[in-house]
Structures are given as structure tokens and as C-alpha cells.
Design a protein around this ligand. Structure first.
Ligand code: 13P
Length: 243
């Protein structure tokens, strides 16, 4: 049995973490968690996600309609975006939206994170595409996002921010950390120049080696320790395919 109050507290903790790590400004960002097919918890609209208490958290159904919200609180204006992820990815238990500085800079510049700069980024994320711009709170965002959902666990939202999803809240948040770390490393290594960053684009030896490393690392072991969802190889292959 899910302890709803505990999950509300965890959402507040993650909100604080996102705010304290400068992944959002002011009232930006939103978080949701799936309780079951018909019940989801989500952050309220228009509050700082760094200063929430469990009473702030709203409950919605599978279409984003309010099931429960305390006076003064309404579900996130981006709840439709979250619900589309749950609809298309039944394995997902949590969705996190933030505006981290480096990842959002790439989203504004229109540059997807497609360079396999290090094995950890390849394993955690594969590449991170950019979903075409949509007006916040409209169906444009979920509609533009949809084609990436089967293959990726993170996307940049053009001129907007980043969205990550995973099996549970902590894992979805960790994906957001990884996206931002990856974007920052890519930005700084581009500033430094050198041959490596330039080599990576296209079907270079580095692409192939990192993709191979990823494929080997994600093979299931006898204990299943390295087993990951089948879509990850797709995301890593997207490097060489030039998504
Ligand atoms: P909400 O406060 O409505 O969740 O919106 C914040 C945001 O970041 C919109 O993109």
C-alpha cells in the first residue's frame, strides 16, 4: 500500500533540491508521481517548488482532472505534458520538469545533446533530443513531445527547459541532474576546444567505441545487475544514426 503522505514529502524534498541547485527560478518547474493508473500526485501551479509542504500537493486522475486539492492550490499548468508521458509510457512512475541553466541554454540555442562525451552520459541518457516549441500549458507541448517518448527518458523543450521521466521520483530527478551535468560538460568542453569534441559528431571512431561500451555495459549479467530497459540501446544508437 502506497503511503501517500510520504510521497508528498518526497515531492517537497525533490522540489527543494531542484530549487537549491538552481534548476528553476521563482515558481518554475513541476513534479508528478503516479500512484496507480487513475491517481497521480502533482505540484501546484504558481508556487516556488523550493518551499512546498505536503499540503500543497494536488491529486489528479489519468486525464489531469482534480481529485483533491487544498484551498488555494490548483494542479500544475503543465499537467497535460506529464499525463502524456504516463499515457505513452506505462513503465513510468514519475515525471520532472525544470529549467536548468545549461540544458535550457541548449534548448534555446536549438542544439540537442547528441555527442557521446562520456560513457556515463551515454548509459544514463543516450542522447537528448529537442521537442519542437509549444506554448506552455497547451496541448502543443505534449503533442510535440510524443514521438520521443518510446525511445528516450529525457528531452529538451525548445525555448523552454527540460523534461525527464523514470520508474520513480528519485530516478526521474537523477535523470534531470544527469541532463544538466551532461549539458554543462558539453558546453565547457566546447569552450576548451581540442580534437575530441570535434571528432564526436558523425560516425567517428569515438561514436562507435562509446556506443559499443554502452551496449556491453547494458547487457544483462547473470544476476541481472546491469539490466536496463530495452529502449536504452535505441537511444545510444541514435548517436550514430544522427537523430
Ligand atoms: P506551474 O507552476 O504551473 O507548474 O508552471 C511552472 C513552469 O515551469 C511552466 O513551464
Amino acid at each position: 500500500m502506497v503511503n501517500e503522505y510520504e510521497i508528498k514529502k518526497q515531492i517537497c524534498d525533490i522540489g527543494r533540491r531542484i530549487y537549491n541547485r538552481n534548476m528553476v527560478a521563482a515558481n518554475d518547474g513541476n513534479i508528478s508521481v503516479k500512484l496507480n493508473d487513475n491517481e497521480f500526485l502533482c505540484t501546484p501551479t504558481g508556487v516556488s517548488k523550493g518551499f512546498m509542504t505536503p499540503e500543497f500537493i494536488c491529486k489528479v486522475d489519468g486525464k489531469g482532472n482534480v481529485i483533491q486539492a487544498n484551498p488555494g492550490f490548483k494542479p500544475s499548468s503543465e499537467i497535460k505534458m506529464h499525463m502524456r508521458v504516463y499515457e505513452k509510457r506505462p513503465d513510468v512512475g514519475s515525471v520532472v520538469h525544470a529549467h536548468p541553466i545549461y540544458a535550457t541554454s541548449f534548448a534555446i540555442a536549438g542544439i540537442p545533446l547528441t555527442q557521446p562525451i562520456m560513457p556515463e552520459a551515454v548509459i544514463a541518457l543516450g542522447c537528448v533530443p529537442i521537442a519542437k516549441y509549444g506554448t506552455p500549458s497547451t496541448m502543443e507541448i505534449p503533442d510535440n513531445l510524443e514521438k520521443y517518448l518510446p525511445y528516450f527518458d529525457a528531452v529538451l523543450l525548445e525555448n523552454h527547459g527540460a523534461l525527464t521521466w523514470s520508474t520513480d521520483l528519485n530516478a526521474a530527478y537523477m535523470k534531470m541532474e544527469s541532463v544538466e551535468f551532461y549539458a554543462q560538460l558539453l558546453y565547457q568542453s566546447k569552450l576548451l576546444g581540442g580534437h575530441s569534441v570535434g571528432l564526436i559528431r558523425g560516425a567517428s571512431g569515438i561514436d562507435a567505441r562509446l556506443s559499443d561500451a554502452a551496449e556491453r555495459l547494458i547487457q544483462p549479467t547473470e544476476s541481472g545487475a546491469h539490466q536496463v530497459p530495452a529502449r536504452l540501446p535505441d537511444a545510444t544508437r541514435a548517436f550514430t544514426r544522427g537523430f
